[in-house]
Write a protein that binds this ligand. Structure first.
Ligand code: SF4
Length: 181
């Protein structure tokens, strides 16, 4: 049985029944976006909301991201959820540094993004003070729908990012501002 694949916006002459031509970076972007391996760095209540996102009703697996990785070296999406104390900051940064490129960071909830209600001496007032963040999810806690929306936004980034992201001057400059290489 032949399958008629007719994607939108293809240049004329480059598609037909069962095939289409595209560029390598688009194929790689598509593969990356639909096979994210998240590392859940969950410290408090937002982590529970993430568990609900993983469970059957919301089913993060529908987006190809159900394979959680608890090894930084096998993850490409760092999901930070919960209150991060200043004492925990260096550990979070070490986890980020251990992840191989390409990698992305999702900050879930008010605590991870800004310290939330914990405006105290011991709480980090936003993880972007120590590591770069790609997408922020607002809320205390965010609902699973918002988490899914955050994942979709990360997918948009991964689909459209250059294969050579790591070597671009802008990316190097951004890392340098965090004292990273
Ligand atoms: S943002 Fe709210 S729900 Fe999430 S960890 Fe902080 S206090 Fe808990």
């Amino acid at each position: 049985m032949s399958i008629d694949i007719r994607p939108e916006n293809t240049p004329p002459g480059l598609e037909g029944t069962g095939f289409f031509a595209t560029s390598l970076d688009k194929v790689v972007g598509l593969a990356r976006a639909n096979s994210l391996w998240p590392l859940p760095f969950a410290t408090s209540c937002c982590g529970i909301e993430f568990m609900a996102t993983m469970a059957a009703h919301y089913d993060l697996g529908r987006f190809g991201a159900e394979r959680l990785s608890f090894s930084a070296r096998q993850a490409d999406l760092l999901m930070v959820m919960g209150t991060i104390s200043k004492k925990m900051g260096p550990i979070l940064r070490q986890v980020y540094e251990q992840m191989a490129e390409p990698k992305w960071v999702l900050s879930m909830g008010a605590c991870a993004s800004s310290g939330g209600i914990f405006d105290t001496y011991s709480v980090l007032q936003g993880i972007d003070r120590i590591i770069p963040v790609d997408v922020y999810i607002p809320g205390c806690p965010p609902r699973p729908e918002q988490v899914l929306d955050g994942i979709l936004k990360i997918q948009e980034l991964t689909k459209n990012e250059s294969l050579r992201r790591r070597h671009s001057p802008e990316y190097k400059e951004m890392l340098a501002s965090y004292g990273l290489e």
